[in-house]
Design a protein around this ligand. Structure first.
Ligand code: NDP
Length: 276
Protein backbone atom coordinates (compact mmCIF):
# COMPACT_ATOMS: atom_id res chain seq x y z
CA UNK A 1 0.00 0.00 0.00
CA UNK A 2 1.16 3.54 -0.76
CA UNK A 3 2.32 5.55 2.26
CA UNK A 4 -0.30 8.06 3.36
CA UNK A 5 0.07 11.56 4.79
CA UNK A 6 -2.49 14.24 5.63
CA UNK A 7 -3.04 17.64 7.14
CA UNK A 8 -5.66 17.79 9.91
CA UNK A 9 -7.43 21.09 10.59
CA UNK A 10 -10.76 22.87 10.90
CA UNK A 11 -11.36 24.63 8.56
CA UNK A 12 -9.13 22.92 6.02
CA UNK A 13 -10.69 23.46 2.57
CA UNK A 14 -8.19 26.14 1.51
CA UNK A 15 -5.07 24.28 2.63
CA UNK A 16 -2.25 24.34 0.08
CA UNK A 17 -0.39 21.48 1.79
CA UNK A 18 -1.73 18.70 -0.51
CA UNK A 19 -0.47 20.45 -3.64
CA UNK A 20 2.86 21.36 -2.02
CA UNK A 21 3.53 17.77 -0.92
CA UNK A 22 2.34 16.35 -4.24
CA UNK A 23 4.90 18.55 -5.97
CA UNK A 24 7.65 17.51 -3.53
CA UNK A 25 6.78 13.83 -4.09
CA UNK A 26 6.83 14.16 -7.89
CA UNK A 27 10.10 16.07 -7.81
CA UNK A 28 11.90 13.56 -5.55
CA UNK A 29 10.33 10.42 -7.08
CA UNK A 30 8.57 9.41 -3.83
CA UNK A 31 5.33 7.43 -3.97
CA UNK A 32 2.86 8.84 -1.45
CA UNK A 33 -0.68 10.13 -1.03
CA UNK A 34 -1.26 13.41 0.91
CA UNK A 35 -4.79 14.63 1.66
CA UNK A 36 -6.44 17.46 3.63
CA UNK A 37 -8.85 16.22 6.31
CA UNK A 38 -11.52 18.27 8.07
CA UNK A 39 -11.53 17.04 11.68
CA UNK A 40 -14.33 17.75 14.16
CA UNK A 41 -13.01 19.27 17.40
CA UNK A 42 -14.17 16.34 19.53
CA UNK A 43 -12.53 13.75 17.25
CA UNK A 44 -8.96 15.05 16.98
CA UNK A 45 -7.01 12.63 19.24
CA UNK A 46 -8.92 9.56 18.03
CA UNK A 47 -8.47 10.59 14.39
CA UNK A 48 -4.68 10.93 14.87
CA UNK A 49 -4.47 7.48 16.49
CA UNK A 50 -6.55 5.92 13.73
CA UNK A 51 -4.52 7.54 10.96
CA UNK A 52 -1.11 6.60 12.38
CA UNK A 53 -2.17 3.01 13.04
CA UNK A 54 -2.97 2.29 9.41
CA UNK A 55 -0.93 3.26 6.37
CA UNK A 56 -0.65 6.82 7.69
CA UNK A 57 3.04 7.65 8.06
CA UNK A 58 2.81 11.31 9.03
CA UNK A 59 0.51 14.23 9.73
CA UNK A 60 0.66 17.96 9.51
CA UNK A 61 -1.50 19.71 12.08
CA UNK A 62 -2.97 23.16 11.65
CA UNK A 63 -5.44 25.53 13.35
CA UNK A 64 -6.94 24.86 15.89
CA UNK A 65 -5.17 21.62 16.85
CA UNK A 66 -1.45 22.46 17.19
CA UNK A 67 -1.53 22.63 21.01
CA UNK A 68 -3.52 19.40 21.27
CA UNK A 69 -1.01 17.72 18.95
CA UNK A 70 1.75 18.92 21.30
CA UNK A 71 -0.11 17.35 24.24
CA UNK A 72 -0.69 14.00 22.57
CA UNK A 73 2.88 13.57 21.25
CA UNK A 74 4.77 11.03 23.36
CA UNK A 75 8.12 12.46 22.25
CA UNK A 76 8.80 16.06 21.22
CA UNK A 77 11.74 17.80 19.55
CA UNK A 78 13.36 20.64 21.48
CA UNK A 79 11.93 23.21 19.05
CA UNK A 80 8.43 21.76 19.48
CA UNK A 81 8.87 21.82 23.25
CA UNK A 82 9.71 25.54 23.18
CA UNK A 83 7.01 26.34 20.63
CA UNK A 84 4.34 24.75 22.84
CA UNK A 85 2.77 23.56 19.60
CA UNK A 86 3.27 20.73 17.10
CA UNK A 87 2.64 20.88 13.34
CA UNK A 88 4.29 17.57 12.37
CA UNK A 89 3.49 14.10 13.75
CA UNK A 90 4.94 10.68 12.89
CA UNK A 91 5.75 7.38 14.61
CA UNK A 92 9.14 6.56 16.08
CA UNK A 93 10.56 3.04 15.50
CA UNK A 94 9.48 2.10 19.06
CA UNK A 95 5.86 3.00 18.22
CA UNK A 96 5.60 6.25 20.15
CA UNK A 97 4.03 9.28 18.43
CA UNK A 98 6.65 11.97 17.79
CA UNK A 99 5.85 15.69 17.53
CA UNK A 100 7.91 18.38 15.83
CA UNK A 101 7.38 22.02 14.88
CA UNK A 102 8.75 23.13 11.53
CA UNK A 103 7.15 26.61 11.33
CA UNK A 104 10.12 28.45 12.88
CA UNK A 105 12.80 26.81 10.76
CA UNK A 106 10.53 27.47 7.77
CA UNK A 107 10.56 31.20 8.53
CA UNK A 108 14.32 31.29 9.18
CA UNK A 109 15.09 29.46 5.91
CA UNK A 110 12.79 31.72 3.93
CA UNK A 111 14.44 34.80 5.41
CA UNK A 112 18.07 33.70 5.28
CA UNK A 113 18.29 31.30 2.33
CA UNK A 114 15.56 32.44 -0.04
CA UNK A 115 15.76 36.17 0.59
CA UNK A 116 19.33 36.70 1.83
CA UNK A 117 18.26 38.50 5.02
CA UNK A 118 21.16 38.64 7.53
CA UNK A 119 19.91 37.29 10.84
CA UNK A 120 23.21 37.14 12.67
CA UNK A 121 23.38 40.28 14.84
CA UNK A 122 20.01 41.60 13.62
CA UNK A 123 17.73 43.71 15.82
CA UNK A 124 14.28 42.28 15.25
CA UNK A 125 10.81 43.68 15.97
CA UNK A 126 8.16 40.96 16.11
CA UNK A 127 4.52 42.05 16.01
CA UNK A 128 2.06 39.69 17.70
CA UNK A 129 2.35 37.13 20.48
CA UNK A 130 0.14 34.24 19.36
CA UNK A 131 1.02 30.65 18.49
CA UNK A 132 2.92 31.51 15.30
CA UNK A 133 5.19 34.00 17.07
CA UNK A 134 5.90 31.62 19.93
CA UNK A 135 7.04 29.03 17.38
CA UNK A 136 9.54 31.30 15.63
CA UNK A 137 11.35 32.88 18.60
CA UNK A 138 13.73 30.03 19.39
CA UNK A 139 14.74 29.44 15.73
CA UNK A 140 15.41 33.20 15.32
CA UNK A 141 17.57 33.19 18.47
CA UNK A 142 19.39 30.08 17.22
CA UNK A 143 20.10 31.95 13.95
CA UNK A 144 22.06 34.51 15.98
CA UNK A 145 19.80 37.58 16.12
CA UNK A 146 21.07 40.23 18.57
CA UNK A 147 17.71 41.15 20.08
CA UNK A 148 13.99 40.53 19.64
CA UNK A 149 11.35 43.00 20.78
CA UNK A 150 7.91 41.34 20.87
CA UNK A 151 5.15 43.95 20.61
CA UNK A 152 1.53 42.92 21.05
CA UNK A 153 -1.92 44.49 21.42
CA UNK A 154 -2.40 42.48 24.63
CA UNK A 155 0.91 43.32 26.33
CA UNK A 156 0.62 40.51 28.92
CA UNK A 157 0.80 37.88 26.14
CA UNK A 158 4.05 39.40 24.84
CA UNK A 159 5.44 39.45 28.38
CA UNK A 160 4.57 35.79 28.88
CA UNK A 161 6.50 34.90 25.71
CA UNK A 162 9.52 36.98 26.72
CA UNK A 163 9.56 35.24 30.11
CA UNK A 164 9.95 31.85 28.37
CA UNK A 165 13.30 33.13 27.08
CA UNK A 166 14.31 35.06 30.23
CA UNK A 167 17.50 32.99 30.61
CA UNK A 168 18.63 33.99 27.13
CA UNK A 169 18.16 37.72 27.81
CA UNK A 170 17.66 38.74 24.15
CA UNK A 171 13.83 38.81 24.13
CA UNK A 172 11.92 41.85 25.45
CA UNK A 173 8.20 42.66 25.38
CA UNK A 174 6.11 45.82 25.02
CA UNK A 175 2.85 47.28 23.73
CA UNK A 176 2.63 48.84 20.25
CA UNK A 177 2.76 52.35 21.72
CA UNK A 178 6.01 51.56 23.56
CA UNK A 179 8.08 50.56 20.53
CA UNK A 180 11.17 52.82 20.47
CA UNK A 181 11.19 55.30 17.56
CA UNK A 182 14.14 53.82 15.69
CA UNK A 183 14.68 51.66 12.62
CA UNK A 184 14.96 47.88 13.13
CA UNK A 185 16.95 45.52 10.88
CA UNK A 186 13.97 43.21 10.51
CA UNK A 187 10.25 43.55 11.30
CA UNK A 188 8.11 40.39 11.30
CA UNK A 189 4.34 40.74 11.32
CA UNK A 190 3.08 37.67 13.18
CA UNK A 191 -0.34 39.14 13.97
CA UNK A 192 -3.45 38.03 12.16
CA UNK A 193 -4.38 41.71 11.54
CA UNK A 194 -3.88 41.25 7.79
CA UNK A 195 -6.71 38.68 7.83
CA UNK A 196 -9.04 41.54 8.81
CA UNK A 197 -7.44 43.89 6.28
CA UNK A 198 -5.80 45.80 9.13
CA UNK A 199 -2.32 47.02 9.97
CA UNK A 200 -0.92 46.72 13.51
CA UNK A 201 -0.59 50.28 14.89
CA UNK A 202 3.15 50.80 14.56
CA UNK A 203 5.05 53.99 13.74
CA UNK A 204 6.82 54.65 10.44
CA UNK A 205 10.02 55.29 12.41
CA UNK A 206 10.47 51.52 12.82
CA UNK A 207 11.23 51.22 9.10
CA UNK A 208 14.50 52.57 7.70
CA UNK A 209 16.18 52.16 4.29
CA UNK A 210 17.93 48.98 5.49
CA UNK A 211 14.91 47.36 7.15
CA UNK A 212 13.56 44.04 5.87
CA UNK A 213 9.82 43.57 6.48
CA UNK A 214 8.18 40.14 6.59
CA UNK A 215 4.46 39.32 6.90
CA UNK A 216 3.66 35.74 7.88
CA UNK A 217 0.40 36.19 5.94
CA UNK A 218 0.29 36.02 2.16
CA UNK A 219 -2.29 36.45 -0.56
CA UNK A 220 -2.88 37.25 -4.20
CA UNK A 221 -2.40 40.94 -3.40
CA UNK A 222 0.22 42.45 -1.04
CA UNK A 223 -1.07 42.41 2.56
CA UNK A 224 -1.76 45.77 4.32
CA UNK A 225 1.55 45.34 6.20
CA UNK A 226 3.50 44.66 2.99
CA UNK A 227 1.90 47.67 1.27
CA UNK A 228 2.76 49.87 4.26
CA UNK A 229 6.39 48.67 4.25
CA UNK A 230 6.72 49.23 0.49
CA UNK A 231 5.36 52.77 0.81
CA UNK A 232 7.93 53.51 3.52
CA UNK A 233 10.77 52.31 1.28
CA UNK A 234 11.80 49.20 3.23
CA UNK A 235 14.87 47.44 1.81
CA UNK A 236 12.93 44.19 1.34
CA UNK A 237 9.26 43.28 1.66
CA UNK A 238 8.44 39.58 1.86
CA UNK A 239 5.20 37.68 2.49
CA UNK A 240 4.68 34.31 4.20
CA UNK A 241 4.29 32.05 1.16
CA UNK A 242 7.93 30.98 1.41
CA UNK A 243 7.52 30.16 5.12
CA UNK A 244 4.57 27.93 4.24
CA UNK A 245 6.57 26.03 1.61
CA UNK A 246 9.71 25.78 3.77
CA UNK A 247 7.85 24.40 6.81
CA UNK A 248 6.31 21.80 4.50
CA UNK A 249 9.75 20.93 3.10
CA UNK A 250 11.10 20.35 6.62
CA UNK A 251 8.15 18.04 7.43
CA UNK A 252 8.77 16.17 4.16
CA UNK A 253 12.47 15.77 5.06
CA UNK A 254 11.58 14.43 8.52
CA UNK A 255 9.14 11.88 7.07
CA UNK A 256 10.94 10.84 3.89
CA UNK A 257 14.63 11.60 4.61
CA UNK A 258 14.85 13.61 1.37
CA UNK A 259 15.22 17.40 1.09
CA UNK A 260 12.95 18.76 -1.66
CA UNK A 261 13.83 21.79 -3.80
CA UNK A 262 11.46 24.53 -2.65
CA UNK A 263 12.10 27.19 -5.33
CA UNK A 264 10.02 25.68 -8.17
CA UNK A 265 7.18 24.90 -5.75
CA UNK A 266 7.11 28.48 -4.49
CA UNK A 267 7.12 29.72 -8.06
CA UNK A 268 4.18 27.48 -8.99
CA UNK A 269 2.15 28.54 -5.94
CA UNK A 270 2.85 32.22 -6.57
CA UNK A 271 1.67 31.87 -10.17
CA UNK A 272 -1.45 29.98 -9.06
CA UNK A 273 -2.24 32.70 -6.47
CA UNK A 274 -1.99 35.44 -9.07
CA UNK A 275 -4.15 33.67 -11.64
CA UNK A 276 -6.82 32.36 -9.22
P1 NDP B 1 -3.16 33.66 17.01
O1 NDP B 1 -4.63 33.78 16.93
O2 NDP B 1 -2.53 32.70 17.95
O3 NDP B 1 -2.55 35.13 17.36
C1 NDP B 1 -3.02 36.26 16.69
C2 NDP B 1 -2.11 37.46 17.04
O4 NDP B 1 -2.52 38.57 16.23
C3 NDP B 1 -2.23 37.92 18.50
O5 NDP B 1 -0.98 38.40 18.91
C4 NDP B 1 -3.27 39.05 18.39
O6 NDP B 1 -3.16 40.00 19.42
C5 NDP B 1 -2.86 39.67 17.08
N1 NDP B 1 -3.92 40.44 16.41
C6 NDP B 1 -5.08 39.96 15.88
N2 NDP B 1 -5.76 40.95 15.28
C7 NDP B 1 -5.03 42.08 15.45
C8 NDP B 1 -5.21 43.44 15.06
N3 NDP B 1 -6.29 43.83 14.37
N4 NDP B 1 -4.26 44.36 15.38
C9 NDP B 1 -3.16 43.97 16.06
N5 NDP B 1 -2.93 42.69 16.47
C10 NDP B 1 -3.86 41.78 16.17
O7 NDP B 1 -2.69 33.42 15.50
P2 NDP B 1 -1.37 32.67 14.99
O8 NDP B 1 -0.24 33.11 15.84
O9 NDP B 1 -1.63 31.23 14.83
O10 NDP B 1 -1.21 33.25 13.50
C11 NDP B 1 -0.80 34.59 13.24
C12 NDP B 1 -0.64 34.81 11.76
O11 NDP B 1 0.46 34.05 11.24
C13 NDP B 1 -1.86 34.41 10.94
O12 NDP B 1 -2.09 35.44 10.01
C14 NDP B 1 -1.45 33.13 10.25
O13 NDP B 1 -2.09 32.99 9.00
C15 NDP B 1 0.05 33.37 10.06
N6 NDP B 1 0.82 32.12 9.95
C16 NDP B 1 1.52 31.87 8.79
C17 NDP B 1 2.25 30.72 8.63
C18 NDP B 1 2.98 30.50 7.34
O14 NDP B 1 3.45 29.37 7.11
N7 NDP B 1 3.12 31.48 6.48
C19 NDP B 1 2.34 29.70 9.69
C20 NDP B 1 1.59 30.05 10.89
C21 NDP B 1 0.86 31.21 10.98
P3 NDP B 1 -3.87 39.79 20.86
O15 NDP B 1 -2.97 38.85 21.63
O16 NDP B 1 -3.93 41.13 21.44
O17 NDP B 1 -5.23 39.19 20.57
Amino acid sequence: MTDRYAVFGNPIAHSKSPQIHARFAAQTGQALIYTAEHIEEKDFEAAVERFLQGHGKGLNITVPFKERAWALAQWRSERAELAGAVNTLYRLDDGRIAGDNTDGIGLVRDLAENNGVTLNGARVLVLGAGGAVRGVLQPLLAAGVAAILVANRTVARAETLAELFADDGRVQACGFDQIPAEAFDLIINGTSASLQGELPPIAAASVGPNTACYDMMYGAEPTPFCRWAMELGAAQVIDGLGMLVEQAAESFRIWRGVQPDTAPVMQALRTALKTA
